[in-house]
Design a protein around this ligand. Structure first.
Ligand SMILES: Cc1cc2nc3c(=O)[nH]c(=O)nc-3n(C[C@H](O)[C@H](O)[C@H](O)COP(=O)(O)O)c2cc1C
Length: 414
């Protein structure tokens, strides 16, 4: 029996150049046994005609909301109830924005509000449009509301540029829908990771959290790092089969299952703990926000507030990542960078300067995209001369899994 037999799929098509693939997608869904009905936005109809989809599916194509004749047939509420799943492919930047804002001024937007069925979106657009903070924020809103975002592919785009934003092939999208139903309609991680990451037999060493540099017995220098990203990576690495050691500054988090945790306070302690575990490690991922400076001398007694001004003499802390990356027995070294501008240039500069294998850059400084303490993150990952993958804003666990999938691909090239 075909995998989607008796499944009713409502295929939403929006105004993107990839809509030419939607005709084949309709066919592939039907090949898998699905009953397919199509809704097209006005934008979609500028790229591909309803007639094509009607001929392929054998069903009338729905395009109008405020149309008496359409409502007398299968109206918008009936369509919303009819669907076992709604798949919007391609999903334009405009449609993502409209859905994130709950707009109901066309048929597709209204259906998405009226349905209780799962909604899948396959964003497809120019890579700059996809990477834009507005699009990423809209996508994140949809993820948080339970929409499954089928991550776009990277590669050559219709606009002549290269990057992330291509609609996956119809066969891949169909398979993701089949897999979703096969899992019994369970929540899905496929928006960030589409294949199982294998780190069996690998030893992964990770740093996380802040460091704390004492000033005197009661005061210290530190930062806002929550440790969530490093802990998420540790958890994902253990889930992928790795033996994981997590060297952690002070955090409020509990140790992920299967992870060995070493607690440290100061940068020098972190360096010692890391160096004692480097031999035998296959991968080192430095996520900790290590304080750049520490006190030249920690005061033995609490410093009195006798004067209006105070000068503290600080000395530079060791660069833990650079120290590891320069060793002869270095593992595969992954760094993190927080950049406010020229993300690629600065991240690649750090990659070279510190002799790293890979760097994951956070774009910080956007008020709508906090990093510290947040449960979600977005990364641009760079490696080698021109390796690059954008990981869309998603819960940190998903981002961690996506990052490890890239690391695993680099460690075990197929
Ligand atoms: C030639 C051309 C190609 C376009 N390709 C895309 C695209 O791939 N993705 C996208 O998000 N928008 C694309 N746009 C812009 C959308 O068509 C436009 O935002 C439209 O309002 C989308 O409406 P809809 O979301 O209601 O279908 C393109 C526009 C033109 C003129």
């Amino acid at each position: 029996m075909a995998a989607l037999t008796s499944k009713k799929i409502l295929l939403g098509i929006t105004g993107g150049i990839a809509s030419y693939k939607s005709a084949i997608l309709a066919r592939r869904l039907q090949d898998a046994g699905a009953d397919v009905r199509v809704v097209m936005t006005d934008g979609a109809q500028a790229f591909i005609t309803p007639l094509t989809l009607q001929a392929l599916t054998g069903n009338p194509v729905h395009t109008e909301l405020l149309d008496e004749a359409a409502e007398a047939g299968m109206g918008h509420i009936e369509l919303a109830r009819w669907a076992d799943a709604i798949l919007i492919a391609p999903a334009s930047a405009n449609t993502l924005a409209r859905l994130a804002n709950g707009l109901a001024d066309d048929l597709l937007g209204t259906l998405c509000l009226a349905t209780r069925s799962p909604i899948f979106v396959a964003p497809a657009m120019n890579h700059q449009m996809w990477a834009h903070a507005a699009t990423q924020a809209n996508t994140q809103t949809l993820i948080e509301r339970g929409v499954t975002v089928l991550e776009p592919d990277s590669g050559h785009q219709a606009c002549g540029e290269t990057g992330s934003g291509r609609m996956p092939e119809p066969e891949d999208l169909t398979q993701q829908i089949i897999d979703w139903f096969a899992r019994g309609g369970s929540p899905d991680q496929s928006h960030v990771i589409s294949h199982a990451t294998n780190l069996a037999n690998k030893r992964v060493l990770i740093t996380a959290g802040p460091t704390v540099e004492p000033i005197d017995p009661v005061r210290y220098i530190s930062n806002h790092s929550s440790g969530k990203m490093g802990y998420a990576i540790a958890e994902a690495a253990a889930a992928a089969g790795a033996t994981v050691t997590l060297v952690s500054g002070p955090t409020q988090l509990s140790t992920p299952p299967g992870v060995t945790r070493i607690d440290v306070q100061q940068a020098n302690d972190m360096l010692d703990a890391v160096l004692s575990h480097v031999p035998g490690s296959d991968v080192f991922i430095a996520v900790a926000a290590v304080a750049d400076y520490r006190m030249a001398a920690i005061a033995d007694e609490k410093i009195k507030k006798n004067s209006d001004e105070m000068t503290l003499t600080l000395v530079k802390n060791p660069d833990i990542l650079k120290t590891v990356a320069q060793r002869a027995d270095r593992p595969y070294c992954v760094g993190f960078a927080a950049e406010t501008e020229h993300v690629e240039k600065h991240a690649r500069g750090k990659l070279l300067r510190k002799n790293l294998d890979m760097i994951a850059a956070n774009h910080v400084g956007q008020s709508d995209a906090p990093v510290f303490g947040s449960d979600s993150n977005a990364l641009d990952v760079y490696w080698g001369d021109d390796g690059h993958q954008h990981i869309a804003r998603a819960p940190k666990n998903d981002v961690a899994a996506a990052l490890l999938a890239i690391v695993a691909d680099q460690l075990n090239p197929t």
